[in-house]
Design a protein around this ligand. Sequence first.
Ligand code: NAP
Length: 320
Amino acid sequence: MSDSRQLVIIGSGPAGLTAALYTARANLNPLLIEGLEAGGQLMLTTLVENFPGFRDGIMGPDLMGEMRAQAERFGAEIRQGDVTAVDLRKEPFRIVMGSEEIRTRTLIIATGASARLIGLPAERALMGHGVSTCATCDGYFFKGQEIAVVGGGDSAMEEATFLTRFASKVHLVHRRGDLRASKIMQERALANDKIVWRLNNVIDEIRDPAQGQVSSILLRNVVDGERTEVPLSGVFVAIGHRPNTSLFTDQLEMDAHGYILTHDGSRTSVPGVFACGDVQDRVYRQAITAAGSGCMAAIDCERYLEALAQGLPEAVPIEN
Ligand code: NAP
């Protein structure tokens, strides 16, 4: 079965849904394909207090539900399912979803990034209930409490340092004796006396999923095998992110970490293909910045199609 479209958006986090809202309102009849993790990373959080417009905060899944309904209200077509292959070598681009094939003149990629997880069952079970992958989002909930940060890179140093604003103590758990983080980030963290260094340690267990909250972690020293239980109420996993770009390998320019490179707003190395949200952002990674870049991609796409319709050279941005 083959379907022909003007615009397909892949991904249903804040970037994809904002792109869908804007392009639907611009009468581009977008088709948005949700992906396996519909709603993106906000579906793994509880209360979101830093999305402007919600004075008392809003639950992550509720925010995504609202964004989705708003995009649908203006005619965005949202389809469940996962894209299994794309071909961007010639226009129209080809998008494969299992046995279905969709052809499209333009594509907005909003497939996001996934936080790397340690891999403990309790980590997923308690995500949003004491386990977090975003200090900026959730640090505030741990005022005066003891927490742990896992990782030895810049993210872990940054998050641990930031979290000492709220927490009474931050246990920095890293699997080696040496930190991967840059010197300056290490020094800043090392100078902070609220950080307790748990080097050469891994978390064997996060307790207690049965209670629905974090009550302690069980550490194991990888050098001498010693086990320590540390009572605390939060675990921030900061072991890196992985952009969801495997579909586009060798088809789009990416940086050394696999994030899609954009230029002049949301344009990628292939004219007619735009990228927004965490899939092209290693730095900010916030719902509001993702939504903002989704808006940019929508406007860039609209102007690209307009230029094509007017017979202007492809991919020449129309300036205001
Ligand atoms: P990263 O540099 O890849 O560091 C990941 C850390 O997590 C490493 O210390 C690694 O341990 C550890 N780790 C990985 N998998 C693990 C596992 N399964 N269990 C336990 N520990 C695990 O990631 P990042 O810190 O997110 O930084 C990503 C990039 O963004 C870097 O280029 C960084 O410089 C940049 N960044 C910059 C800033 C800043 O300048 N303000 C802030 C944040 C990030 P090993 O060391 O043993 O491999």
